[in-house]
Design a protein. Structure first.
Ligand code: UDP
Length: 328
C-alpha cells in the first residue's frame, strides 16, 4: 500500500487516481487545509489529519501495510513564502521531519518526495540538469532543498531509499474533467488567466515586463499534471527495482513559454481576449526556468506527452465544468 500525503490536493489527487487505476492500494493522509474532500478517490483509504501529527502517524503505520510514501503535503506558493517564511519552514520542513522520523521508526524504506525547480534559484544554464548547483531565492525553494539534504543524510544512516522529483510548472486537469486545480486564493498563472477569460476577474495581472527575456515576461516550463503523475508511477517502479536509490529527477518538458505566450495560447483556446494589467515583479520569481528531462527519459523511461495547448485545453475543460471548483 502506498501512503500519499496531500492526496486531496491538486497533484496528489491525480497521482492517487492513476495509482488506483493501475491496481495499487492507496491510503491518503490530508488535513484538507488546501485540499478537497471531493478530490479524494473513493477507492482510497482516507485519513483526515496532519502529516506532522506523530500520534496519528503511529496509528497509520501500525495499522496499514504501507511500503512506500509519496510525500506531496506542503505549502507551495513562492510569493506567499517570501511574506510568511516561517509558515513554510514549519510546514514543509518541520512536519516533514516528523513524517521521516516515523518512516524510520516503522522501517518504511521507500519515499518519493515532491520537490521543485525553485531549488535552482536563478539558473546560469538555459536547460536545467539535476547536477547544477542549487541556490534557492525564496523560502519555498529553501524549504524543499532542506528536505532534499536531510534525505541524503537519512540514506547514509538508515538506508532510506528515495526519489526526489523536482517539478517545473504543473498545469492541466484529469482527462475525465472530474478533478483539477482549485486553490483559494488562486495564484498560479494558467488558472488565473482562465478565470479571467471566464469573466471572473476584470483583468489578468502580469508580474513584471522587464525581465531579460524576449518579451520581458518570465519564462516557465509547463507540464501536464497527468504526465507528472505518470512520472511518479515510473519513479515508484524505479525505486522498487533499485536498492540504494538517491536519485533526483527534473520533471518538465524542455520547452519554455513566457507569461505572455501562456496568455495568448489561453485566448485562442477560450476564443476570448484577455485584458492585461502589468504589475511590479513578484518577489522570489526567477526570470527563466526550463528543465532538461534527459535524466528522467534515460533512467525512468519517462517522456512528457502533452504540450502547452493540451495543458490549457484540459484546464479550460475543468474550469468550464466546475466554474466554482470543487464547490460545484
Ligand atoms: N504570474 C503572473 N500572473 C499571475 C500568476 C502568475 O504574471 O496571475 C507569473 C509569475 O510571476 C511567474 C509565472 O507567471 O512568472 C508562473 O507563476 P506561477 O505562480 O503559475 O508558478 P511558479 O513559477 O511561481 O511556480
Amino acid at each position: 500500500m502506498i501512503l500519499i500525503t496531500g492526496g486531496a490536493g491538486y497533484i496528489g489527487s491525480h497521482v492517487a487516481r492513476d495509482l488506483l487505476d493501475r491496481g495499487y492500494e492507496v491510503a491518503i493522509l490530508d488535513n484538507l487545509s488546501t485540499g478537497h474532500l471531493d478530490a479524494v478517490d473513493k477507492r482510497a483509504t482516507f485519513i483526515f489529519g496532519d502529516m506532522g501529527d506523530l500520534h496519528l502517524l503511529d496509528q497509520v503505520f501500525k495499522r496499514l501495510p504501507i511500503h512506500a510514501v509519496m510525500h506531496f503535503s506542503a505549502n507551495c506558493l513562492v510569493g506567499e513564502s517570501v511574506k510568511l517564511p516561517l509558515k513554510y519552514y514549519e510546514n514543509n520542513v518541520g512536519k516533514s521531519i516528523n513524517l521521516l522520523n516515523k518512516m524510520i521508526e516503522y522501517n518504511i524504506q521507500h519515499l518519493i518526495f515532491s520537490s521543485t525547480c525553485a531549488t535552482y534559484g536563478i539558473p546560469t544554464e538555459s536547460l536545467l540538469t539535476e547536477d547544477l548547483p542549487t541556490d534557492p531565492i525564496n523560502p519555498y525553494g529553501h524549504s524543499k532543498r532542506m528536505i532534499e539534504m536531510i534525505l541524503k543524510d537519512l540514506f547514509q544512516v538508515y538506508g532510506l531509499n528515495f526519489v526526489i522529483l523536482r517539478y517545473f510548472n504543473v498545469g492541466g486537469a484529469h482527462v475525465s474533467g472530474e478533478i483539477g486545480e482549485d486553490h483559494n486564493p488562486e495564484t498560479h498563472l494558467i488558472p488565473n488567466v482562465l478565470k479571467h477569460l471566464q469573466g471572473k476577474t476584470k483583468y489578468i495581472e502580469i508580474y513584471g515586463d522587464n525581465y531579460p527575456t524576449p518579451d520581458g515576461t518570465c519564462i516557465r516550463d509547463y507540464i501536464h499534471v497527468s504526465d507528472l503523475s505518470n512520472a511518479h508511477i515510473f519513479a515508484l517502479e524505479y525505486l522498487g527495482r533499485n536498492q540504494h536509490c538517491t536519485e533526483i529527477f527534473n520533471l518538465g518538458s524542455e520547452a519554455g513559454y513566457s507569461v505572455l505566450e501562456v496568455v495568448k495560447a489561453s485566448e485562442e483556446i477560450a476564443n476570448k481576449q484577455a485584458l492585461i494589467r502589468y504589475q511590479e515583479r513578484r518577489p522570489g520569481d526567477p526570470p527563466i526556468l526550463v528543465a532538461s528531462s534527459d535524466k528522467a527519459k534515460k533512467l525512468l523511461g519517462w517522456t512528457p506527452k502533452l504540450k502547452l495547448e493540451q495543458i490549457i485545453q484540459s484546464a479550460w475543460n475543468w474550469h468550464q465544468k466546475h466554474p466554482d471548483g470543487f464547490n460545484k
